[in-house]
Design a binder for this molecule. Structure first.
Ligand code: GLC
Ligand code: GLC
Length: 651
């Protein structure tokens, strides 16, 4: 789009650029900037146009982009160009991710780099290395309270180690994902320290108030993230005699994005890590970026504008880099993080599919796929060039944040149903095999969340303790069935450290004063590599899980129908214990895979008739591509054992 005002401003800005920037060869950058400038200018103006220093800030923004471009290596620029050409590259079924804490997987970053064989053995080719930046000892929220956005925590290594890791991964075509904790800093960050020392420039980086007037107005409509361990959204700071906004913990100070300097600083941080070889940025807690009195301060329109601006700026500089939105919010809200009113994603290309995750756990507890199917039906369609991150577990708690309307529609009462789910996963429900822990129970809102490792939630911990081989088999089947769904749903499956080895809850956090009040640590285990060798020993739990997952990953990669192009159709089977969907390959629609999973503890039937009515010509014999065998069929029914899944294809 050609627009005079922004165009003449762009010319003026280019004239004003620092001489050292002007002297560089910026051809590619100028082309991209020209193409995106109208959007960048409009967004920046919408957010900051009322400020007298708008033009100066706009110049600062362009300079940050130009510097980011100048610092981009030829190797990374070549990658940008290749990815621009093949711009749907990340929708392919080839990608399989894993999230891990460096010290839960290895001794440090170098050791992690030297363990890439493990990823290759399993078939994982996208690694989310959780926070590795400098953070306080103790009060760090697992690294999500950053003290310096450009310095690696010396407990895991330094910048050279990270560059080594990035290059080791790149050589093996493994993507590197790092966190950008955009919403807040630690109170030990130099910006916070300067604010504490009384510098008004840095006090404006945060939300600081001398009296309770404004905090009280905010509190009227702001929910609490950690009601038990960190109630309220403001913390009194003795030194400055001010209230500071701290939505998460009292030591995590919320950044003030109504100040353009904060945005420009964080853009600089994004580009810094892009230039150090990070392929994908996981933008943490993005729902919280904009605060507005009278709202819940989540999913605000301006939070979306900030993300669009970040995307547009990053595209001009490092277009090969993707964003993941970590927005654990209602389905109708989460979809907006791909960008509203657009055809193609223009905010974050990838978003956590927390709805699918929570619904899968619901189906585990109820042995019933009613709510799961219903919830998936109400999940709005994604934009083009956008994809889900499908996961079962991560380093955070599980919230049962699905839509109340859906819960009611399938015949449950939202509050008591959530209560049941927490009780079930905490092993407090008669017959429950789970060993989870309740997280931040909120009796006021009825909000229910739980913690626990995949294996412990799925019943493996209890079964192993009771040395019950039948229960062990069931737990293994459950774990595999759940994975079969995140591998086939459409999107990038994201495994979690230790899950391929069946790691159980780790209760050692209870001995650590810095962790004891946050039971998310129960599912942040460390791999014992000697023990992990059991994955090569036939018949062990580790071996059964690891080899099955390895096989599933390899098969996923071979099935074009598993790429993500909105090519999934949910099927109604008439049997509420089954989840069933059809995946088809866009370019050859006849190439279809029927995915079906049984959540019930007894065998269930999938009537072939259902497939026929849908017009599926499954006359030719079917094969389950996972086992390579024919599905068990009795007359007009395909049978599934308890917790069994099939990936069915015509032979
Ligand atoms: C994200 C992280 C979580 C952290 C929070 C605050 O949700 O995943 O671990 O506590 O942000 O940074
Ligand atoms: C994130 C999520 C929330 C979670 C919190 C702490 O902000 O939105 O669900 O409880 O982090 O893990």
């Amino acid at each position: 789009m050609y627009e005079q005002v922004s165009h003449s401003l762009l010319n003026a800005i280019l004239d004003d650029l620092k001489p050292e920037i002007r002297r560089q060869d910026l051809r590619h950058f100028y082309t991209r900037l020209g193409a995106n400038f109208y959007a960048i200018y409009s967004l920046f103006f919408r957010l900051y146009g009322h400020r007298p220093d708008f033009k100066r800030q706009m110049l600062g923004l362009v300079e940050t982009m130009a510097e980011g471009y100048i610092n981009r290596s030829p190797e990374l620029e070549a990658l940008d160009i290749a990815r621009e050409k093949d711009h749907n590259w990340f929708l392919s079924q080839q990608w399989v991710g894993m999230a891990l804490y460096t010290n839960g997987f290895a001794r440090n970053l170098r050791d992690l780099a030297d363990k890439t064989e493990y990823f290759q053995e399993l078939g994982v080719n996208m690694i989310h290395v959780m926070p590795i930046l400098k953070c306080p000892i103790g009060k760090s929220d697992g690294g999500y309270a950053v003290s310096d956005f450009r310095q690696i925590d010396d407990r895991v290594g330094d910048l050279a180690d990270l560059q080594y890791l990035a290059s080791e991964l790149r050589q093996r075509q493994i993507l590197l994902v790092l966190d950008i904790v955009m919403n807040h800093t630690s109170d030990e960050h130099s910006w916070a320290q300067k604010a504490i020392a009384g510098d008004p420039v840095y006090q404006d980086y945060y939300y600081m108030y001398e009296s309770r007037d404004i905090p009280d107005l905010f509190e009227r409509s702001m929910p609490e993230v950690f009601p038990e361990s960190s109630p309220g959204n403001f913390t009194w700071n003795e030194q400055t005699q001010r209230w500071v906004m701290t939505v998460f913990h009292d030591y995590q100070w919320d950044l003030n994005y109504s100040n353009p300097e904060v945005f420009i600083e964080m853009l600089g941080v994004v580009l810094f890590w892009a230039n150090n070889g990070v392929d994908i940025m996981r933008l943490d807690a993005v729902a919280f970026l904009w605060k507005e009195i009278g709202t819940d301060c989540q999913n605000e329109r301006n939070a979306h504008l900030l993300l669009q601006l970040m995307k547009d700026c990053c595209q001009a500089t490092a277009p090969g880099v993707l964003f993941i939105a970590e927005a654990i919010v209602a389905p109708v809200e989460v979809i907006k993080y791909f960008g509203e009113d657009a055809i193609s994603a223009k905010e974050c290309e990838i978003a956590y599919n927390a709805t699918f995750m929570a619904l899968l756990w619901d189906a585990v507890a109820t042995q019933n796929a009613r709510l799961l199917t219903r919830g998936l039906r109400s999940l709005p369609n994604k934009l083009d060039r956008a994809t889900w991150l499908n996961y079962l577990r991560c380093h955070d708690d599980i919230g049962f944040g699905f839509d109340d309307q859906d819960v009611l529609a399938v015949g449950y009462q939202p509050r008591s149903h959530r209560r049941f789910l927490t009780d079930f996963f905490c092993g407090e429900f008669e017959g429950s095999p789970s060993r989870g822990l309740p997280f931040m129970r909120n009796e006021v809102t009825g909000d229910a969340r739980i913690c626990g490792s995949l294996a412990s939630l799925a019943g493996l911990e209890k079964a192993m303790q009771e040395e019950n081989p039948v229960a062990i088999n069931i737990a293994i089947s459950r774990i595999l069935m759940l994975h079969s769904l995140i591998f086939s749903f459409g999107g990038i499956p994201l495994l979690y450290n230790g899950d391929a080895l069946g790691l159980l809850n780790d209760y050692s956090y209870q001995q650590d004063p810095a962790k004891v009040s946050d039971n998310r640590w129960v599912h942040r285990p460390s791999i014992d590599w000697q023990h992990a060798e059991r994955r090569h020993q036939s018949g062990t739990v580790e071996n059964r899980l690891f080899t099955a997952l390895r096989r599933m990953i390899a098969i996923r990669k071979s099935l074009d129908a598993f790429a993500d192009f909105n090519n999934r159709e949910l099927l109604d089977t008439g049997n509420e214990h089954l989840l069933c969907f059809l995946r088809s390959y866009q370019q050859r629609p006849s190439e279809q895979v029927l995915v079906v999973a049984n959540f019930h503890s007894t065998p269930q039937a999938l009537p072939v008739d259902v497939l026929r009515r849908r017009g599926l010509d499954f006359t030719a014999p079917l094969i389950d591509v996972f086992t390579g065998r024919r599905p068990h069929q009795i007359e007009e029914n395909i049978l599934l054992q308890s917790y069994q899944f099939y990936w069915l294809k015509q032979v």
